[in-house]
Design a protein around this ligand. Structure first.
Ligand SMILES: *Cc1c(COP(=O)(O)O)cnc(C)c1O
Length: 423
């Protein structure tokens, strides 16, 4: 039975059988018992499915992965120990030394470093393109060895909205999948597969958890990309894996090829699994995601409108504001609103921004974003503090940008705190 997102948030994933716990149990066990050597051997050959070692699969983790796959409308999902690991695995599952891929500018700083510096050391090259460039300019970045295109539904910290349908078409014209980091929108506000994206990633650390209790990530596959049609580019999926007795993922697993390879090969060799305890906490967060997201949007919309009218505020970026650069894209991809995160700048200097943040009362300065508690960060002073103003602008972060993550407290209290600090 096909269910609504609200029901999937509450009920998805864990389906207890007779006499089993109603609530998802924490299987805090590294290993699982079998009766014969033969049973165990069949698991190692991927001939039977079943649990044998938590680095590969665990019942608690799998229930939460199934919920996220269902929320995104995908065929399968793999959970990782962080959002960073999720983006790394999504790329590394199809790229290897000598591969190239394309990402848009203005994405999350950690992802920018991973793509621009660390993957380069592994021989994987990333070209960053301005999403505002013309189709011709973007298509010029494709090469024979290009393997995928990457963007963020709503970028962190700039709050730019990604034109998923446009970039899916461009990627598909060049025979490669579109990967979208859907962390900020969450499947409650946007489902990138409906617009042609092939793979979705998440930092579950943010809204999905919603309470800032665990660091985690997820990779979800739509099952839609035809790897065999572009077999020359994706031989890791379409030709025998010698480390698995010559098994070919697309042949054996069909639509589950991408997630099976990610689990059986990358997780086996590289680890980075979340703990079952953390997956339990993530699941508790997911149970209220559909209630929290509308409240984040409602509060952020009102705060954005209030800031925009304030005489000390120079500018506000929030796609829900009429006249915002991303208003039209927001209406198309985020009709229920984007998220609670907005960016703004004060009239004045970097020091004025710092003084404002230091005077806030319950709105805290934290290196975090997108949870129940309202918080602020000044990238130029914190996450990006080693960069000059010129370098910041190149990375798409204005030096005066304050990132405000609007929580689900009472709107009046949030505005009162901002007001007294601005005064
Ligand atoms: C936070 C974040 C990440 C990294 O996730 P971690 O869980 O911190 O490793 C990746 N992408 C986006 C959009 C993020 O906001």
């Amino acid at each position: 039975m096909k269910k609504n997102l609200d029901t999937i948030c509450v009920q998805g994933g864990w389906k207890p059988k007779k006499g089993e716990p109603r609530v998802l149990p924490i299987y805090q066990s590294t290993t699982f018992k079998y009766d014969t050597s033969e049973q165990m051997a069949r698991l190692f050959d991927l001939q039977d499915s079943g649990y044998f070692y938590t680095r590969l699969q665990n019942p608690t983790n799998d229930a939460v992965a199934a919920k996220i796959a269902e929320l995104e409308g995908g065929v399968g999902c793999v959970l990782t120990s962080s959002g960073q690991a999720a983006n790394f695995y999504a790329i590394f599952n199809i790229c290897e030394a000598g591969s190239h891929f394309i990402a848009i500018t203005g994405i999350y700083g950690g992802t920018f470093n991973l793509f621009g510096t660390t993957l380069r050391k592994l021989g994987i090259e990333c070209t960053f393109v301005d999403p505002d460039a013309t189709d011709e300019e973007i298509e010029a970045a494709f090469r024979d060895n290009t393997k995928c295109f990457f963007g963020e539904t709503i970028s962190n910290p700039g709050c730019n909205v990604f034109d998923i349908e446009r970039f899916a078409k461009i990627a598909h014209r060049h025979g490669v999948p579109l990967i979208v980091d859907n962390t900020f929108a969450t499947p409650i506000n946007c489902r990138p597969f409906e617009w042609g994206a092939d793979i979705v990633t998440h930092s579950t650390t943010k809204y999905m958890d919603g309470h800032a209790t665990q660091v985690g990530g997820a990779v979800v596959d739509s099952g839609n990309f035809d790897w065999d049609a572009h077999s020359d580019k994706f031989s890791g999926l379409t030709t025998p894996d010698e480390s698995y007795h010559g098994l070919t993922y697309t042949k054996e697993f069909g639509k589950m090829a991408f997630v099976t390879k990610l689990t059986a090969q990358l997780m086996r060799d590289l680890g980075s699994i979340p703990s079952p305890q953390n997956c339990f906490l993530l699941n508790l967060g997911l149970e209220t995601l559909h209630l929290r997201m509308p409240r984040h949007v409602e509060n952020a919309q009102k705060v954005a409108e209030w800031l925009q009218k304030h005489p000390k505020v120079a500018w506000v970026n929030y796609s829900g504001l009429q006249g915002d650069k991303y208003y039209e894209l927001g209406q198309k991809y985020l009709p229920k609103g984007g998220c609670g995160v907005l960016a703004f700048g004060l009239k004045g200097t970097r020091e004025d921004a710092i003084a404002f943040m230091d005077r806030l009362d319950f709105i805290c300065i934290v290196t975090h974003v997108a949870d129940a508690r309202t918080c602020v960060l000044h990238p130029a002073s914190h996450t990006h503090r080693q960069m000059t103003d010129e370098q910041l602008l190149e990375a798409g972060v204005r030096p005066d940008l304050i990132r405000l993550s609007v929580g689900i407290e009472a709107l009046d209290d949030i505005i009162a705190d901002l007001e007294q600090a601005l005064k």
